[in-house]
Design a protein. Structure first.
Length: 251
């Protein structure tokens, strides 16, 4: 899938079993978000005659950083943007960032958001494109928020993840959500098993099944769509969130 944004483009490259590597390009330059592998990314960039200028990392898991070293062999001057708090687990950093930091990248403003829960130092990146009349904001959220789901609690607590999701839920409704895994259909099937009469969830599941059958990604979604169909977003308190997370883990 490729989402055009005026002079921008965001392309999703599905690799491994269900990882999505997002490629944000403008003109002849590109930024990669969470490269799990090297060769498919390098091949795609070279086929489009794009130069890699930056790699953005959301967290330290190998299926998100595994391709970084190899990409630096192709483009050694590319910046590596990652969590200052995770500098020991995310190598090659040239720009280390923390919650609330803002920086300019490809003519747009990127705001760094701390979204702990999946890991202790997980970050998300909120992009305000330079022409808001044409381009909707984008959120690269790694494994914190998925289509109709959220990440497992590997290092953080339910309270931290609930807080992180509420933080993301407060972003503008039109924000496009670029998750790092293609989990939407499975998450919606789980949601339907709990709320079989929920029409918005049923409709999104039907649409997702159709898109996947056509070889398309189900993403990006939007914050508005997640508010309507994501049970974790809809949780009214941390106790309800905890019950849902446990139910999904054992589903």
């Amino acid at each position: 899938m490729c989402k055009e944004k005026s002079s921008y483009s965001i392309h999703g490259l599905q690799v491994l079993e269900d990882n999505i590597i997002w490629i944000w390009s403008r003109g002849s330059e590109a930024v990669i978000i969470d490269p799990s592998v090297t060769e498919p990314v390098a091949k795609w960039l070279e086929s489009k005659e794009l130069k890699l200028i930056s790699i953005i990392q959301t967290h330290h898991h190998n299926d998100h950083i595994g391709g970084t070293k190899g990409l630096l062999n192709y483009w050694p001057k590319a910046n590596i943007i990652a969590s200052k708090a995770d500098i020991k687990r995310i190598p090659f950093q040239t720009i280390s960032v923390s919650h609330g930091d803002e920086f300019s990248l490809m003519g747009s403003t990127v705001k760094v958001l701390e979204v702990a829960g999946h890991t202790n130092a997980h970050l998300a990146y909120y992009i305000s494109f330079n022409n808001p009349l044409i381009s909707r904001p984008a959120l690269f959220c790694g494994d914190t928020l998925f289509g109709a789901g959220c990440g497992r609690l590997f290092e953080g607590t339910a309270q931290e993840m609930y807080k992180s999701l509420n933080y993301l839920k407060a972003l503008p409704d039109e924000t496009e959500v670029y998750c790092a895994h293609e989990y939407t259909e499975a998450n919606l099937r789980w949601a339907v098993s709990i709320f079989p009469e929920d029409m918005p969830i049923q409709k999104r599941l039907r649409n997702t099944i159709k898109m996947r059958a056509e070889g398309l990604l189900s993403l990006p979604s939007t914050i508005r769509e997640e508010k309507e169909t994501n049970l974790f977003f809809r949780a009214k308190n941390v106790e309800e969130f905890t019950r849902l997370r446990s139910n999904k883990d054992n589903w």
